[in-house]
Design a protein around this ligand. Sequence first.
Ligand SMILES: Nc1ncnc2c1ncn2[C@@H]1O[C@H](COP(=O)(O)OP(=O)(O)O)[C@@H](O)[C@H]1O
Ligand SMILES: [Mg+2]
Length: 363
Amino acid sequence: MTTTTTETATGTVTAAPVLEASGVTMRFGGLTAVRGVDLTVREGEIVGLIGPNGAGKTTFFNCLTGLYVPTEGQVSYKGTVLPPKPHLVTQAGIARTFQNIRLFSNMTVLENVLVGRHTRTKEGLWSALLRGPGFKKAEAASHARAMELLEFVGLANKASHLARNLPYGEQRKLEIARALASDPGLLLLDEPTAGMNQSETRTTEELVFAIRDLGIAVLVIEHDMKFIFKLCDRVAVLVQGEKLVEGTAEVVQGDERVVAAYLGTPYEDAPGAEEAAEVEAAEQVAEEAAEQAAGAEASEEAAETAEEPADEAPEAETADAAEEPAAADEAPEAEAGGAPSADTPADAAPSADADSTTEGDSK
Ligand SMILES: Nc1ncnc2c1ncn2[C@@H]1O[C@H](COP(=O)(O)OP(=O)(O)O)[C@@H](O)[C@H]1O
Ligand SMILES: [Mg+2]
């Protein structure tokens, strides 16, 4: 494990970069989920990645770990450009957990950690699962290491339980233990406290600090701001695929654009602000038109008696203005955070690689 005597971003000494993502862009058909994102994580750091739902955080993680091949940009780990292949990324030293827990649900807690270890044992996954002759020798060492990790995350007493019988919070911890089993230099956590109660969240905070203290850099996505601002040396904010702000907790918390991004209030030059302004303008025109139409109707009735022609109908203008946002070439899905658009592959999702063997219900 790397021991870092260097200081974090707040210090004067700049630690060596562990992760360097530059210009990472990921497009799905017409939708740009991640746009030109640069991000560096240095030794000894805990870096946060926040942003509204659908901002592209998980997609960015998928680009870092080789599940997606970025449309543009590159990712380096400790100075070496990573090939976009999950098992090679894991081998290089990046481990992750998933937003949607992925465990071998019918395997024991201990076995799940052993599986996470296969990238670091000569024997490999199949030997481990089939208990081949080569495996026997390495078994004792792997077993001891796995138990150590379970101890570390607080699950040693559940080693023989089936993963699926663990409460949700403990499944998340098991995922962390399994990720650590590959001896990473960088750990990516995608919403590690989702679904946790306050005390579980607190334990997870301590766990992340403990991981950092082992010399493992951490990049964490989380919606819990208290958690993020307490843990992170630096926080990057992603909005509609673009990095909006990056800085210390104070800088990010004090940035009005970040507040706006979360509250949905548009601000000048926000990504998508143009479209939002157009929609707003169109809505206003439509509203006014409706009012005028109502007014016109009323005055028409009046006109019938007063023999005055009603004022010109506002329809034409309304239709024009309302059409514009729909014609904007940026797909509106970008901010919906929901289903991919119909013309993109519905599921370019992780598959057919080492990591997907950990899919919870793949058994
Ligand atoms: N495999 C995919 N195919 C098409 N669109 C996708 C795919 N994965 C994610 N997206 C889209 O990319 C955008 C960002 O999603 P995601 O990265 O999951 O956001 P976040 O993790 O910040 O909530 C969303 O609009 C989502 O629908
Ligand atoms: Mg996500």
